[in-house]
Design a protein around this ligand. Structure first.
Ligand code: GTP
Ligand code: MG
Length: 375
């Protein structure tokens, strides 16, 4: 964006601000970090510093995409009901994976190393003819960021709180993620089977954290559950479906798909396998996709619950394992379907250049800041 300040340029290009000031000084311009430069001066400095790419370009391309794709209004008559996306959040070991396993009738938890979820899982199931999508997030502290992303694709957050443990630090984090995402919260007060526990303590914790249980006159549904005995599972599902019904989630399946990458990895024999969730439109085999610095043509898609099952198209709220990206897109990156592979490549490459500059800047050897040089 022009005109820009010394700081803007420094941040956009990933180079120390002092380097920019040095160039300016050679031109007889004494600039402070918040002083702005006009277009000519900015271009001159960029050229002097050997930045061959115009930094405004990545922003402009991204802006164009955001404007033309993401924010394109869907005509009312194109909108159709879509499955809710329900994310499990909460403190480590409080039972997120066990609850989800129990809900959808699989067993992932017993196969996890150390019983700790390392990956984001996303599944779509059918219940009474309607779809429901679930996302399970890692609960370990190291995964705060991933969990934050989990909340972003989410319509409803299930906050899992172990009744014997109550609200813990990562429960609080989960609450703030859900609040930031502005999604309804349903509490699963789990491990209710443990003999001698007092659920009142956990309820009081919740209340102290701004989640007033409905049985205490508040607006938060607290469902007592046990992933071991199955107690409360029907109740939990019913509560979630009620919340979903109230919100009437809709999307337009008749447009180019867009969504979010949840995680991805390089798998031998397959290339890049990206777990993505479609948020609007319909994603089809053969589509051109761009996702951050990754792009490609969708070569194949597979069901996330049944990894052998190939899928030709995936509608709104559907998670899939996607083959076809040239490189692994970062988790949390948005993906878009474009009509033109050349445009997808251009966009991906400009992002890649940007990332390279950022990483160069952050590891640069210069420790003198502008403030201590000039102030
Ligand atoms: P992370 O993914 O590591 O954050 O953990 P998680 O929240 O997914 O918890 P997980 O499902 O792995 O369960 C942790 C432990 O609690 C396991 O040993 C489960 O068997 C146990 N557990 C889960 N739910 C219940 C429950 O309702 N009752 C009892 N008694 N134990 C449970
Ligand atoms: Mg887990």
């Amino acid at each position: 964006q022009l005109p820009c300040t010394v700081r803007d340029l420094s941040e956009a290009a990933g180079i120390p601000a002092m380097q920019i000031q040095r160039v300016l000084m050679q031109e007889g311009v004494m600039a402070r970090i918040n002083d702005s430069m006009d277009e000519d001066l900015t271009e001159f400095v960029a050229a002097e510093l050997g930045l061959e790419v115009n930094f405004a370009q990545a922003v402009t391309l991204e802006d164009e995409l955001l404007a033309s794709i993401r924010d394109a209004e869907d005509p009312e008559d194109q909108l159709q009901p879509r499955p809710p996306v329900i994310t499990f959040l909460g403190h480590v070991d409080h039972g997120k994976t066990s609850l989800l396993d129990r809900l959808i009738g699989i067993n992932v938890v017993s196969g996890e190393s150390g019983g700790i979820t390392q990956h984001i899982r996303a599944y779509q199931i059918e219940k009474d003819g309607a779809g429901i999508s679930f996302v399970d997030t890692p609960g370990h502290e190291a995964f705060t960021e991933m969990r934050a992303r989990g909340a972003n694709v989410t319509d409803i957050a299930v906050l899992v709180v172990a009744a014997d443990d109550g609200v813990m630090p990562q429960t609080e984090e989960a609450i703030s993620h859900a609040k930031a995402a502005d999604v309804p919260i349903v509490v699963a007060l789990n491990k209710i089977d443990i003999p001698g526990i007092d659920p009142m303590k956990a309820m009081a914790d919740l209340s102290a954290n701004g989640l007033q249980p409905s049985e205490w006159g508040g607006d938060i549904e607290v469902v007592k559950t046990s992933a071991i005995t199955g107690e409360g599972m029907d109740d939990l599902l019913e509560t979630l479906l009620t919340v979903a019904d109230l919100n009437e989630y809709r999307a337009n399946p008749n447009r180019n798909a867009l969504g979010t990458s949840l995680e991805s990895q390089q798998e031998s024999g397959h290339g890049v396998v990206a777990k993505v969730i479609v948020q609007n439109g319909t994603l089809r085999v053969g589509d051109v996709v761009v996702c951050g610095d990754a792009y490609g043509r969708v070569r194949a898609m597979f069901d996330t619950l049944n990894p052998e099952l190939a899928i030709e198209e995936a509608g709104p709220s559907t998670p899939v394992n996607l083959l076809g990206f040239n490189t692994a897109p970062a988790a949390g990156e948005h993906f878009y379907v474009l009509d033109d592979i050349a445009k997808a490549r251009e966009l991906a490459e400009s992002r890649e250049d940007q990332a390279r500059r950022d990483s160069l800047g952050s590891t640069g050897p210069v420790h003198v800041t502008l403030e201590n040089l000039f102030d």
